[in-house]
Unconditional design. Structure first.
Length: 61
């Protein structure tokens, strides 16, 4: 069980670093907003984070 938690934590940190490298600080802000919205079950904050991420991904392509 602890091994799974370590692997998941490493994947999350790796994904966060990838987002920051690829999309910059605004990508981290969008990811945090999306995460907070999902955890708090607040569709407005989650939607804002998702829209920002989509706009950043569309811009970088």
């Amino acid at each position: 069980m602890p091994y799974i938690a370590i692997v998941i934590a490493a994947l999350v940190i790796g994904f966060e670093q990838f987002v920051q490298w690829k999309l910059g600080p605004m990508g981290i802000i969008a990811l945090v907003a999306l995460t907070i919205g999902v955890k708090a079950k607040n569709t407005m904050i989650g939607g804002i984070g998702a829209v920002i991420l989509v706009m950043l991904l569309a811009q970088s392509s």
